[in-house]
Design a binder for this molecule. Structure first.
Ligand code: GLP
Length: 236
C-alpha cells in the first residue's frame, strides 16, 4: 500500500488525476472503475481539462461505475448516471457505448447485477478502480456488515449513508433507501485501486480502514489485502 499525504483538496485531486492520466496514456484501452460523491469532482475536472488541452484521449477507454441508486431515473439530477455525464462522460471523447453504470430501471435487479458482472469480465476486468470512502467506512455502497464475497448486488443503505447523502437531496425522505453496487469482491478484483479521501472528518475512519482489523464492520479495511492500493489523503 502506498499512502500519499496531499497538502489540500486541490493537491489530492491533482495527484489522483495524474495517476489516472498516466493509466490512460500508458494503456489507452484501459477499463476504468469510477466513483461518485463530492470527493472525485475535482479529479474529473482535471481529466476534462487534460482532454480539452489535447493531452488525454478517451477514445479507447471503457468505464464502469461502482453504483447507482434504485428508484431514480437516469435523468434525475441526483442519479449517478446524471452525475457522471455532468462531471466527465459528456465532456470527453469516451464512446457512449463503452460507459457503464448499473441500469436500475429494468426492474429485474438480479438479472441486471449478473449482466453487469458479466460485462466487466467480458471487457477484461477493471484496470484501475477509483474509490471514495463513506463516513462509515463504506466503499461503493458496501455498508458495514457487508460480506466480502459479493459481486454486484442490491443493498439497503445504512442510516448514516442516507443522512450523509441527504445533503444532495431536498429532504431526507427523498434519499433512496436502496442501491445497486459492485460488491467488495468485484472491487478487490480490480488490478489497481486508487482510494481518495478528503477532510479531517474522515481521518479516523481512514485510519481504521488502513491500519485497523480487517472486518466487514469497516468495509474499506479489506483494501489492506489488495496487492496494488494507492491512497491519497488530504486533511484540508
Ligand atoms: C457515496 C458513494 C460512494 C462515495 C461516498 C462518499 O455514498 N456511493 O462511492 O465514496 O458517497 O462520498 P463523498 O465523497 O461525497 O464523501
Amino acid at each position: 500500500m502506498r499512502v500519499y499525504h496531499a497538502s489540500s483538496y486541490n493537491d489530492m485531486c491533482q495527484k489522483a488525476a495524474n495517476l489516472i492520466s498516466a493509466q490512460i496514456l500508458l494503456h489507452p484501452q484501459s477499463v476504468l472503475g469510477l466513483a461518485t460523491g463530492s470527493t472525485p469532482i475535482g479529479i474529473y475536472e482535471r481529466l476534462v481539462g487534460g482532454y480539452n488541452q489535447g493531452e488525454l484521449d478517451f477514445d479507447g477507454i471503457t468505464t464502469f461505475n461502482l453504483d447507482e441508486y434504485c428508484g431514480l431515473s437516469e435523468s434525475d439530477p441526483q442519479s449517478y448516471h446524471y452525475y457522471m455525464n455532468d462531471h466527465l462522460l459528456s465532456k470527453v471523447n469516451v464512446k457512449r457505448e463503452k460507459t457503464h453504470l448499473p441500469n436500475v430501471s429494468t426492474g429485474e435487479v438480479e438479472a441486471e447485477c449478473k449482466r453487469y458482472d458479466d460485462l466487466i469480465e467480458a471487457c477484461g476486468g477493471i484496470d484501475l478502480q477509483l474509490l471514495g470512502l463513506g463516513n462509515n467506512g463504506h466503499i461503493g455502497f458496501n455498508e458495514p456488515g457487508s460480506v466480502f464475497e459479493k459481486n454486484t448486488h442490491c443493498v439497503a443503505l445504512d442510516e448514516r449513508t442516507i443522512l450523509a447523502n441527504s445533503r444532495f437531496f431536498n429532504s431526507l425522505n427523498d434519499v433512496p433507501s436502496k442501491a445497486v453496487t459492485m460488491g467488495i469482491k468485484s472491487i478487490m478484483h480490480a488490478r489497481r485501486i486508487l482510494l481518495v479521501v478528503n477532510g479531517e472528518a474522515k481521518k479516523e475512519i481512514l485510519e481504521k480502514s488502513l491500519y485497523g482489523p480487517i472486518t466487514p464492520m469497516v468495509p474499506a479495511s479489506i483494501l489492506q489485502l489488495h496487492p496494488d492500493l494507492t491512497v491519497i489523503w488530504s486533511a484540508a
